[in-house]
Design a protein around this ligand. Structure first.
Ligand SMILES: [Zn+2]
Length: 411
């Protein structure tokens, strides 16, 4: 499908100019064209110009009426495939109950695990499809989805197969991550190393052989997967061609960031507790720091030191961490607001972190994440006159139209 978009008030390109990821002051450079036009042919951006830009006669034309156009958001960290919900825990937390008390009352990751194990593939697919539709309507055109609510070979593979089907069917570009190491299932409560071995010797070979995931992820945290277990899983996954990511420094800084940097993880995610040593390790690596401000808001936890990381030249991405326990908001527009108000990032830095740098955290920044000639036409039109209005007027969806891979979607 060919498409011409004219009368764009602000075309926010986030141009990478050939870079994989933006860092430091470069994150503030959005490369905005005013009164712009955009030509899309066969799903690819083929020309960017002003009102004079020529276009073929037999082409669909969108009049943007002076509105703002941004690259589609890339949400590089979500747990979108799950069954059940945990509003009861939300209410318990509001009454001051601790995580331990909630877990004792049958809550936590294991409550979602039980619901997800019981759910059929078709139900899981339908639930996740609806969530992806919401994300798309809110301007997110690429979503990474982790497994991790099955915690047994059969149910983890069931989730990864659902993710594969969504990848095949849905307009959203879906990227799969195997997170068998999300928590310890009840069957291995007293044999944690046994579960790690099960992941390495039984699940990983299957995931790699069937190409069910691009990335491996581990929840490296006190009481969960320690450094040694995380390293064992990462090494085995790398040997089988998967690229590592780590849930790092969410509750305690135990060296997970340093481990990720040492093993060339494409990203380390969370980082609420990252200290000077973690920052130093990231500075000397290619690893992207992915911060998840929605999680800090929802759990009333500290925010990751994003400002310091950007100032130190560390590549930084923002994602939602959408999941039923600790972050039930899938709006990247809301994440921009939290980045600006809670992490001292500028609107420009937060947009870069949510588009190009998110794409880099998935190894996709050559194809998506910015509006540049030759890139996939994932562009979103917003009913606003200035891009800064999006994080400023928060809690509302400003998306007007979504163009995914050159196709104007009809909601
Ligand atoms: Zn997560």
């Amino acid at each position: 499908m060919n498409l011409f978009i004219k009368n764009i008030g602000q075309l926010v390109t986030v141009a990478s100019l050939g870079k994989r990821v933006k860092t430091g002051s470069d994150m503030r450079e959005l490369h905005i064209h005013t009164n712009a036009s955009l030509l899309i042919e066969n799903g690819i951006i083929t020309a960017i110009g002003g009102p004079e830009l020529l276009y073929p006669e037999d082409i669909d034309v969108i009049d943007a009426e002076g509105k703002v156009v941004l690259p589609g958001f890339v949400d590089s960290h979500t747990h979108t495939v799950f069954a059940g919900s945990r509003e009861n825990e939300f209410a318990m937390r509001s009454e001051g109950k601790t995580y331990q008390e909630i877990a004792e009352a049958g809550g936590g990751i294991l409550s979602t695990m039980r619901a997800t194990r019981e759910a059929g593939k078709r139900d899981l697919y339908r639930l996740a499809e609806r969530r992806l539709n919401t994300m798309l309507r809110n301007g997110t055109t690429t979503v990474e989805i982790k497994s991790g609510y099955g915690l047994s070979p059969e149910s983890e593979m069931k989730i990864l197969e659902v993710i594969s089907e969504l990848k095949r069917d849905h307009y959203v570009t879906v990227v799969a991550t195997f997170l068998g190491a999300h928590a310890f299932p009840p069957e291995y409560k007293d044999d944690k190393q046994g579960y790690v071995d099960r992941i390495c010797d039984y699940m990983l070979p299957y995931v790699a052989e069937k190409k069910l995931a691009t990335f491996i992820d581990v929840f490296c945290e006190t009481g969960y997967f320690d450094l040694k277990m995380t390293e064992q899983i990462i090494l085995e996954a790398k040997r089988r061609g998967l690229i590592p990511k780590i849930h790092a420094d969410q509750l305690n800084a135990i060296g997970a960031v340093e481990l990720g940097a040492r093993h060339n993880a494409i990203s380390v995610d969370h980082l609420e507790k990252t200290n000077g040593e973690g920052i130093a390790a990231l500075k000397n690596s290619q690893t992207i720091a992915t911060v998840l401000p929605g999680c800090s808001l929802f759990l009333n936890h500290p925010y990751a030191p994003a400002r310091k990381m950007i100032d130190e030249g560390i590549p930084l991405a923002i994602a939602t961490d959408f999941n039923p326990g600790s972050q039930m908001c899938s709006s990247m527009q809301m994440m921009l607001t939290l980045a600006c108000t809670q992490m001292q990032m500028t609107p420009e830095e937060s947009i870069t972190a949510a588009t190009l740098n998110g794409a880099a955290a998935l190894g996709l920044s050559n194809d998506i994440g910015s509006i540049e000639i030759g890139k996939q036409a994932d562009v979103v039109l917003y009913s606003v006159h200035d891009y800064r209005f999006i994080p400023y007027h928060y809690g509302t969806n400003h998306v007007w139209k979504v163009v995914k891979s050159g196709v104007l979607l009809d909601f």
